[in-house]
Design a protein around this ligand. Structure first.
Ligand code: GLY
Length: 563
């Protein structure tokens, strides 16, 4: 392992340990399990479970708590996707992705000369889509939860109004984004303590955010999309020439969509359909890989890695060419996830690496801020929730709604800001994902359930922009093909290919030296990745005993804990 990479890796492990977690700790419970990226949020979920709530109640509590304790990605001002299994009722997916404001249009991010201005879709008020998280969480609680909304909001309200101790991870993340947050006075005041920076161990109170949460507890979604909160949000938009209006807020729609289903070596895969690309790409890759025989003894050999990389390449090519908001573009989801299509593509996976068109040397990871977050919850009744939520970039567009204490997303940057042209992350995206009024930008979020004979045996997801999909793929393969326990499956080093740029980013030790050498000879361009891929949070249920095993990713500072 090259030494800077080893150093980054060791630092990550030390950071996790300092945050109070033992890297790779396996949690175990026969009652219930919560795995999230932030320990206070995990505890919020457990509090609700102890009070008699189900995994759904706990998941909603975790979602609201993350908005308080994990501002880099937990949110009220962003969006997300939830995949839910209810025994006897089946699977449900809830899409609360942000929507483009009605005034958005395909040339929104071009200047007067027609030149694309990438900053405009990343920073500041115009980068924000209409938030979906509050509508989504309220919808889930009303439709699938058992406790009153106020009960599941209570931990978040307490954390915001009484405060909580700043962890090393939170101090680090706020410090890392001080340029973004420092550019907006309200963000600077709240998240950077007026430029002093919030230090580890400080008590962090957020009274304005607590006020919004109380309004949601009292009025449901109207506490956010109408009344005082909506007035503050629209006033913030006017202050920064943003586009979101009262009408946009009132028109925000949560969508329940038919779950995307696949099958892999006898297991059922249930994941998020468009506007996420995650479920389609995951199932497409699994379909491609299923056509190759595999024994765990081949795990570290070059053929296994070669086939996985080529499957990633093909799936991400199709992502770029075909995927967008299904309410606006025809998305060939059935075709892309069919076994027949995989059989048609598979012969392209030969001895040599394919060559992705338009080879480019640009590095999307130099720009990518992969601060989405995922949490998984399961209880002994078999209810399972996989939820991935995001502001898009770390701390979103950087703007805090003055007087309301929450950050806004920069999800507009997940659109193809100029269709057919590589965007700032070098993700090629097509016409289907052009900016348009009320459209939802294409996502890579992949909250996923794996089932056997109608019972959930794996709940998994991750942040990481385009690497989300491949992180989930790695964990699924590690559990299903290699029989690894969830902690090992999550901790195992990963690699990532996304069609373009045509290279495979590798965490240290994701490939053996001999596999690296063979893959190089076959035409793969392998690059060392200097920081971890993803932050997976997973739960495995032993189908015989019913015991739940949980693990938070040792790459960061999350916590999996059983009841
Ligand atoms: N904003 C990250 C994603 O949705 O893929």
């Amino acid at each position: 392992m090259p030494s800077p990479i080893r150093a980054a890796w060791i630092l990550g492990v030390i950071a996790s340990t300092l945050a109070g977690q033992t890297p790779g700790t396996l949690a175990r419970s026969s009652e219930a399990m919560v795995a999230s990226a932030e320990p206070f949020a995990t505890e919020a979920g457990l509090e609700i479970l102890k009070a008699g709530g189900t995994a759904v109640d706990a998941a909603v509590a975790v979602g609201f708590a993350l908005a308080v304790t994990y501002p880099v990605a937990g949110n009220l001002g962003g969006g997300g996707f939830m995949v839910i299994h209810l025994p006897g009722q089946g699977e449900f997916t809830v899409d609360y992705r942000e929507m483009a404001p009605a005034a958005a249009h395909r040339d929104l991010y071009r200047d007067q000369d027609g030149k694309v201005d990438p900053e405009a879709s990343r920073r500041g008020h115009r980068a924000a889509g209409v938030p979906g998280s509050v509508a989504g969480l309220c919808h889930v609680q009303a439709r699938f939860g058992t406790l009153p909304l106020g009960a599941v909001l209570a931990p978040a309200i307490r954390l915001a109004s009484e405060g909580f101790r700043v962890s090393p991870a939170l101090a680090r993340s706020l410090r890392a984004d001080r340029d973004v947050l420092g550019a907006y006075p309200e963000s600077k005041r709240i998240f950077l303590a007026d430029g002093e920076l919030r230090k580890e161990g400080d008590q962090f109170l957020q009274p304005e955010l607590a006020g919004v949460l109380v309004r949601i507890a009292e009025k449901g979604r109207a506490g956010f999309y109408e009344g005082a909160t909506a007035d503050l949000l629209v006033a913030e938009m006017k202050r920064g020439k943003g586009l979101i209006t009262h009408e946009d807020l009132l028109a925000y729609e949560v969508k329940e969509r038919a779950p995307l289903r696949g099958r892999y070596r006898g297991f059922d895969i249930v994941s998020m359909p468009p506007p996420s690309s995650g479920g389609i790409a995951l199932i497409q890759m699994l379909n491609l890989l299923e056509g190759f025989d595999y024994q765990p003894s081949e795990r570290s050999g070059p053929d296994r890695a070669h086939r996985i990389i080529e499957s990633m390449r093909l799936a991400f090519r199709d992502r770029a060419l075909h995927l967008g908001d299904p309410d606006f573009a025809a998305v060939p989801a059935k075709g892309l996830t069919s076994k027949a299509y995989a059989a048609h593509l598979r012969p392209q996976i030969r001895e040599r690496a394919m060559v992705s068109r338009n080879l480019t040397d640009a590095d999307p990871f130099a720009y990518e801020k992969t601060e989405t977050t995922h949490y998984s919850v399961m209880d002994k009744s078999g209810i399972a929730v996989a939820c991935t939520t995001t502001l898009n970039g770390g701390h979103g567009c950087g703007v805090t709604v003055t007087g309301a204490g929450f950050l806004l997303n920069n999800e507009m940057d997940d659109f193809a800001i100029a269709p057919g042209v590589p965007n700032m992350f070098d993700l090629i995206q097509g016409e289907a994902n052009a900016v348009g009024p009320k459209k939802r930008p294409l996502s890579s979020m992949t909250p996923t359930l794996v089932m056997k004979d109608g019972k959930v045996m794996l709940v998994i997801g991750s942040p990481g922009g385009p690497t989300i999909i491949n992180t989930v793929l790695h964990v699924v393969l590690n559990v299903l093909d290699d029989g690894m326990e969830i902690d090992a499956a999550i901790a195992a080093p990963r690699f990532h290919h996304q069609w373009l740029p045509d290279r495979t980013q590798c965490e240290p030790k994701s490939l053996t030296e001999s596999a690296e050498s063979v893959l190089g000879k076959r035409g793969h361009r392998l690059e060392a990745r200097t920081y971890g891929i993803g932050d997976a949070q997973g739960i495995r249920r032993d189908l015989k005993s019913g015991i739940l095993f949980g693990a938070a990713d040792p790459r960061r500072s999350g916590l999996a804990k059983g009841l």
